[in-house]
Design a protein around this ligand. Structure first.
Ligand SMILES: Nc1ncnc2c1ncn2[C@@H]1O[C@H](COP(=O)(O)OP(=O)(O)OP(=O)(O)O)[C@@H](O)[C@H]1O
Ligand SMILES: [Mg+2]
Length: 490
């Protein structure tokens, strides 16, 4: 199992705390010890010098050798010795103790003082110093100074000694205190780490719970960015990601619903003509059908299968354009010419339906596919002629609107209901009255119009004109006129 942030922080903090405490303690204790030893040596030095100087100045050389002189000296040192922590001694030329600030012990210490290196060097006229470690572990410092007459003749030595016992015990005390402090430090570290780890981990835990809820399907989950800059950034990124995923999921669901609606719409549209064909065919299978009915049923079969073919074609066209299988081969076309020719082709049908059709206006050239643009015009005019009353009129008006070439188809029909306006371009959408007519269109004409226009980079809108009747306006991106001599396909 991987450790948590808390454990890692704790380990790091403890390591830092212990290492730095140990390092600092070692450094300071060493410094302290050498400082104390230096101070002690200085002190002994001063004392030994003082005694030597005093001796040299105050006494004639024989005072060291006479019993009376020794007694006075010894008396003086014992008085001082009661109040100081070091031991001061005066030695004669042979290294024998003449006076001592501490009464000699029974063991007769210092019996062979002249053997000591520092004493020998003092008796030879030079300062001597030494450090000894006694069997019980105490360090003792010794400093010896020569005592000389005014003529420079060495007649003895002053000898100062002090044990470092007090320094050692001080250090021991200090170490104990240090251990306590280290303990306290560790406790504080624990507490601080705990708080810090919680504070650091909380936003991460929140984030984690948000992410896991998201992963389990709750796509509405968002987290509040808080904590350090990193966790905030993480939370913000998560929210962006969540938005994207949620959007994609919604899109996917919409697409799914659209597809299944499309399939059921198509099945529904297939049913009416198939039922009609089947009914007619079944009747025709009977023995005695009179010739008049036979012709009627056969014509039903022909017209309904024609409708089925048209449905298949329309769906194929939509699929080609919307599915984007192969971009439309767009080239420069003379929009006016293309529109006029499709209107001409429709004139016989208009005559049959009893409506008049007029074309007016000029429009810039556009990038387009001639057959598709003709289909747009044909679908719009077909719709217009269906809703126009007998004797009605349809106007196709071309023009320019800023960067657009426009083609508007206006009719004198009833117009489009407000509630249908937003839907007429949807697949299979028909307004109520035309839906009632079973033999009407499939409601694919305008979806095809829109798909073609969009594939041309244009747009189409439906509106009701002020004079009554519907107006469909197609906008295609206009091209700048070619320099003289160029020609567009028409
Ligand atoms: N000029 C118009 N005036 C009034 N309503 C219209 C007009 N053009 C279209 N509509 C409404 O919009 C609906 C959709 O038109 P669309 O051309 O897509 O389908 P359709 O004409 O019913 O069938 P199809 O074109 O597939 O044969 C029509 O059913 C009709 O209700
Ligand atoms: Mg139509």
């Amino acid at each position: 199992m991987r450790s948590t942030i808390r454990t890692r922080l704790l380990a790091a903090f403890l390591a830092i705390a212990v290492l730095s405490a140990a390092g600092l303690s070692y450094y300071f204790l060493t410094e302290l010890e050498s400082f104390a030893l230096r101070k002690l040596e200085e002190r002994l030095d001063t004392q030994a010098r003082l005694v030597a100087a005093f001796r040299s100045a105050a006494w004639e050389e024989k005072s060291l050798t006479t019993a009376q002189g020794r007694a006075i000296l010894d008396e003086a040192l014992s008085v001082v010795g009661a109040d100081i922590t070091s031991r001061l001694r005066v030695l004669d030329r042979s290294g024998t103790v003449v006076a001592d600030s501490t009464p000699p012990t029974a063991a007769g210490d210092g019996a062979d003082l002249h053997e000591r290196q520092e004493v020998r060097s003092a008796l030879a006229g030079k300062r001597g110093a030494n450090t000894r470690i006694s069997p019980d572990g105490r360090v003792t410092l010794y400093v010896a100074y020569p005592i000389a007459t005014a003529r420079g003749e060495v007649i003895g030595a002053s000898y100062a000694a002090a044990s470092t016992f007090s320094i050692r015990s001080l250090l021991r005390d200090y170490r104990t205190r240090l251990a306590w402090m280290a303990g306290a430090f560790v406790l504080v570290t624990f507490a601080v780490t705990e708080i810090l780890a919680r504070w650091l981990a909380r936003p991460l835990l929140e984030l984690e719970s948000g992410v896991s809820r998201f992963a389990h399907g709750d796509h509405g989950v968002r987290v509040t960015p808080r904590g350090s800059r990193e966790t905030r950034a993480l939370a913000e990124s998560f929210n962006i990601l969540a938005d994207e995923v949620e959007g994609a999921m919604t899109e996917l669901r919409t697409e799914e619903r659209r597809k299944s609606r499309f399939v059921s719409d198509v099945s529904h549209e297939l049913r009416t003509p198939l039922t009609a064909i089947r009914g007619a065919a079944e009747t025709l299978m009977e023995e005695d059908v009179d010739p008049e009915d036979r012709r009627r049923f056969l014509s039903t079969i022909v017209s309904e299968s024609g409708r089925l073919t048209r449905l298949a074609n329309d769906l194929l066209i939509l699929q080609r354009i919307e599915g984007g299988t192969g971009e439309l081969p767009l080239r420069r076309i003379d929009l006016v010419g293309v529109v006029r020719r499709s209107v001409e082709a429709l004139e016989p049908l208009m005559e049959e339906r009893g409506v008049t059709l007029t074309v007016e206006g000029e429009a810039p050239e556009v990038l387009g596919d001639v057959d598709r643009v003709q289909q747009v015009v044909a679908n719009l005019i077909d719709n217009a002629s269906r809703v126009s009353p007998a004797g009605g009129s349809i106007a196709v008006v071309m023009g320019r609107d800023e960067r657009w070439a426009t083609v508007a188809v206006r009719d004198s029909g009833p117009g489009i209901d407000e509630q249908d306006l937003g839907h007429v371009f949807e697949r299979f959408y028909r307004s109520q009255p035309s839906r009632a007519r079973s033999s009407g269109g499939f409601g694919l004409g305008l979806s095809i119009v829109k798909a073609i226009v969009v594939a041309h980079g244009g747009k189409v809108e439906a509106a009701n004109s002020a004079e009554g009747g519907a107006a469909f306006t197609v906008r295609l991106p206009a091209l700048e006129p070619l320099p003289a001599g160029g020609a567009a396909e028409a």
